[in-house]
Design a protein around this ligand. Structure first.
Ligand SMILES: *Cc1c(COP(=O)(O)O)cnc(C)c1O
Length: 380
């Protein structure tokens, strides 16, 4: 990948966000930082290391591949695989041997892990996942008989060590009433688990993502799972308004490139594929080496803006696979090689992932995670 494009991560901002969130947690509540999906585009291994350095108790990943990469990089912190992994012997055995904790949301997984761990003479560490109304992964908590059967089987499965019980919320950033109902159901599951496992057994219970963790200690249980807010982005605008100045998140990521060609064209000149833009007057057009392959969504065609020398420069024409054209008319002393900010601050101006999300009709999560992982990340 060309060095002309890079993603800059501010360690200080990441640390600030972790510390701020930690400040909202009740006494004794652990922090799990979610570094799934290349740490929301910020770089899996480096963010995993930094999160641990900045006091995160646990790291959460989406699959075995990410978990093993973190271990390979020497990260010894407790790791939880939050989502699907195939019941495939080689990789699951590696996970067990590396002391990686695995989600378990059905009976088949329990049996598979029991057999494999038994063969290794080890214990598979697991967190039992229940579905309290999100209708995603998890044993349906509505069915009390199945919940009891699942807990009972897990408790007596010899080569499986149950470390935790968890669930995931559906609408904590926007619907507090539904969230309270989900938390209530989860509390019931936790009570059943405590009964089945006995009072002596330590169980880490966890439910909250960024939004719920901020909203109330009621949702924090023993651990909160911090994702998007660790990276300085809000789960939703409503939540930002609701929390007010009490929580000050700082985006950790900036995305930059450099101008590779500049040209002056007369009025009426077409720009880019499909001739979707025609200059209205004489214009200076700069070509930058980023396109939809890099994660510049094609819906930004004739719509988004990048920053050059502290000025907003509209995207002209269609975003190409590897190139984009921007209007730099009126910017003085501009030369090839000048830095272009796709996301981040330049002078008094700032383009945010939220602004991108508004332009293309999505959420900041998608903007950040879709920045091509091959683009160089620099940690400053
Ligand atoms: C992604 C994820 C989170 C983090 O959610 P944020 O909204 O980014 O804080 C927490 N828990 C689970 C199970 C997840 O998949």
């Amino acid at each position: 990948m060309s060095d002309l494009t890079w993603v800059e991560i501010s360690k200080a901002n990441f640390q600030h966000n972790l510390t701020s969130f930690r400040g909202l947690l009740g006494p004794g509540v652990d922090l799990l930082t979610v570094v799934k999906s290349n740490a929301y585009g910020h770089g899996l291994v480096e963010m995993g290391k930094l999160a641990t350095e900045y006091g995160s108790d646990w790291l959460g990943v989406v699959n075995l591949d990410e978990a093993l990469k973190l271990r390979l990089a020497g990260i010894k912190a407790p790791l939880l695989v939050l989502s699907f992994y195939p019941l495939e012997e080689v990789s699951v055995k590696a996970a067990i041997e590396q002391g990686i904790s695995l989600v378990v949301y059905d009976f088949e997984q329990l049996e598979f892990l029991d057999k494999l761990a038994g063969e290794l003479g080890e214990k598979a560490r697991v967190h039992l996942k229940f579905d309290v109304g999100t209708t995603r992964l998890g044993v349906l908590a509505d069915d009390e008989v199945v919940v009891d059967e699942f807990l009972t089987l897990a408790a007596k499965t010899e080569n499986v060590e149950v470390e935790g019980v968890f669930s995931h919320l559906a609408a904590s950033e926007e619907d507090e009433e539904f969230t309270r109902a989900q938390a209530k159901k989860f509390r019931w599951v936790v009570a059943r688990a405590r009964e089945v496992f006995g009072g002596e057994k330590k169980l880490i219970t966890h439910l909250a993502c960024s939004a719920a963790g901020m909203l109330s200690e009621d949702f924090q249980f023993d651990m909160a799972r911090l994702g998007i807010a660790a990276y300085g982005l809000w789960p939703a605008e409503e939540l930002r308004e609701k929390m007010g100045p009490a929580v000050d998140l700082k985006p950790a990521l900036a995305w930059k490139t450099k101008i590779i060609q500049i040209k002056t064209v007369s009025a009426g000149t077409n720009v880019g594929y499909g001739c979707s833009y025609k200059t209205k007057s004489e214009a200076r057009i700069a070509v930058v080496p980023v396109g939809y392959w890099d994660g510049v969504d094609r819906h930004l065609s004739n719509c988004g803006e990048f920053l050059v020398k502290g000025r907003r420069c509209p995207i002209r024409g269609r975003v190409c696979m590897n190139l984009t054209m921007i209007d730099v008319t009126g910017i003085e002393n501009l030369e090839v090689g000048e830095t272009v900010t796709l996301i981040g601050k330049d002078g008094a101006e700032e383009v945010t992932a939220d602004e991108w999300a508004g332009w293309i009709g999505t959420i900041n999560y998608e903007v950040a995670t879709r920045i091509n992982p091959e683009i160089k990340r620099i940690y400053v």
